[in-house]
Design a protein around this ligand. Structure first.
Ligand code: 6PG
Length: 486
């Protein structure tokens, strides 16, 4: 189909549920954009157009009309629920688009699906870009953080459009070309994994303040608001204070007390952990957050286990202000570990899939618009700017100092929570990871010995080159083995 004289829109949006509508309105509000809109049911399109005359949307009732309303290269952002619906829309768009046009998937697609789709769409000469978009409904409307993958050629057209709608921090739009094919959705997936860890860590801090020190939700809201003025300053801490402040209209008590304590999920946290397992990267903070949601959502097991014995002692707290500071430090240190692990997964993913991902740029585009936006991300950008080859974020001087300051508090909180029976899976596993990472010797040596004993899996020695096996069921002499130890 060639461009017709009616083509007037430089960008189109397919899928007009809340995220899609808000993104379309955001696009329309920026100088230079004219936005075509399409939805499977035309009624929704009509409603959006009539409710927002200021946007001057160009509505389309068929894919043909939609394509005809776009100027070349046609560029359309798909905003539908990730899954099979995405494939159906891609098929419909490829049928009416032409080589050089650009199809963007702005949903939370699994990055391997994006790699597959990019490959298939490329065959037609059309560009396919998987773009992670973070910031929820408000972000979509006012300025999200955007993580596009896809080709450099597509980025040339798409870049200015996405820059026009992204959140802006220190004059810089929160969008960068992350890498080719699925790189954008991969990084968005890790963003969500970190989001899970961040949320779980905050929830554990709340639980400690509530059950350990006996603070009320309103008091904890004030503590979080105070924390939000320091190094923990972030969107998630800010909204946590809002949630804790909220009074339930029905009971007159704190809303948090009447919300069922079973956390849901849509899958991106699970994907992060599955992917990290495949890549061999310990993302224990994120994994604990996923598991904590899973545990919360097992009411029958929890009911059966509620009679299990707990400790006799409550959390032993001398000075309450010192305890609050301990929890804050434990939260900060664990958060550093979660990000350090998340960036490890990005590095490993980039290597595995051949993406040239600039870690500092990722931290930069996460400073605004997205759910994990935080002051702290500036420190990550600086750390990678100082040392692009940084092997673990936590080893950057700023973070090493932060953890050095925090560690006594962190240890007190983790040991106190174990003694008093307050579950802190993310705090505890982050500390265990930290101690494992910094250990000069790990008991992995013993695991290698065990593996060699039962399976002749061989081992390496600290003092000699080569691979070895002990004749465990023979005379227990050591022999050199031909294979390499795995
Ligand atoms: C974002 C969010 C967004 C969404 C997640 C929540 O970056 O804007 O991460 O993608 O809120 O889907 O995930 P769960 O429903 O799994 O908690």
């Amino acid at each position: 189909m060639s461009e017709t004289s009616t083509a007037a829109a430089n960008i189109g949006v397919v899928g007009l549920a809340v995220m899609g509508s808000n993104l379309a309105r955001n696009l329309a509000s920026r100088e230079g954009n004219t936005v075509a809109v399409f939805n499977r049911s035309y009624e929704r399109t009509e409603t959006l157009v009539s409710e927002h005359p200021e946007a001057n949307f160009i509505p389309a009732s068929t894919y043909e009309e939609f394509a005809a309303s776009l100027t070349a290269p046609r560029t359309a952002i798909i905003m539908v629920q990730a899954g099979r619906g995405t494939d159906a829309v891609i098929d419909a768009l490829t049928a009416v688009f032409e080589p050089g046009d650009i199809i963007v998937d702005g949903g939370n697609a699994l990055f391997t699906d994006t790699i597959r789709r990019e490959k298939a769409v490329r065959e037609t000469g059309i560009n396919f870009v998987g773009a992670g978009i973070s910031g929820g409904e408000e972000g979509a409307l006012l300025g999200p953080s955007i993580m596009p993958g896809g080709s450099v050629e597509a980025w040339a057209t798409l870049g200015p459009i996405l820059r026009s709608i992204a959140a802006v921090v220190d004059g810089e739009p929160c969008v960068t070309h992350v890498g080719t094919d699925g790189a954008g959705h991969f990084v968005k997936m890790i963003h969500n994994g970190i989001e899970y860890a961040d949320m779980q860590l905050i929830a554990e801090a709340y639980d400690l303040l509530r059950k350990g020190a006996g603070y009320s939700p309103a008091e904890i809201a004030s503590i979080f608001s105070e924390w939000n003025t320091g190094e923990l300053e972030s969107y998630l801490i800010e909204i946590t204070a809002e949630v804790l402040k909220q009074v339930d209209a029905v009971t007159g008590g704190p809303l948090v007390d009447v919300i069922l304590d079973e956390a849901g999920s849509k899958g991106t946290g699970v994907w992060t952990v599955q992917t990290a397992l495949d890549l061999g990267i310990p993302v224990s903070g994120i994994a604990e957050a996923v598991f904590a949601r899973a545990l919360s959502s097992k009411p029958a097991q929890r009911a059966a286990a509620s009679a299990l014995p707990g400790p006799s002692e409550a959390f032993s707290i001398g000075d309450r202000a010192a305890f609050v500071e301990d929890v804050r430090q434990a939260l900060y240190a664990s958060k550093i570990i979660a990000y350090s692990q998340g960036f490890d997964a990005i590095v490993a993913g980039a290597e595995q899939y051949g993406w040239n991902i600039q870690k500092g740029e990722i931290a930069k585009i996460w400073r605004g618009g997205c759910i994990i936006r935080a002051q702290f991300l500036n420190r990550i950008t600086e750390a990678y700017a100082e040392n692009p080859g940084l092997v673990a974020l936590v080893t950057a001087p700023y973070f090493t100092d932060a953890v050095a300051t925090a560690q006594d508090s962190w240890r007190r909180v983790v040991s106190g929570s174990a003694l008093s029976g307050i579950p802190t899976p993310a705090f505890s596993s982050s500390l265990a990871y930290y101690d494992g990472l910094r250990a000069e010797r790990l008991p992995a040596a013993l695991v290698q010995g065990q593996r060699d004993f039962f399976g002749a899996h061989t081992y390496k020695r600290v003092d000699l080159e080569g691979t070895f096996h002990t004749l465990w069921s023979g005379d227990r002499t050591e022999i050199e083995s031909a294979g390499s130890s795995h």
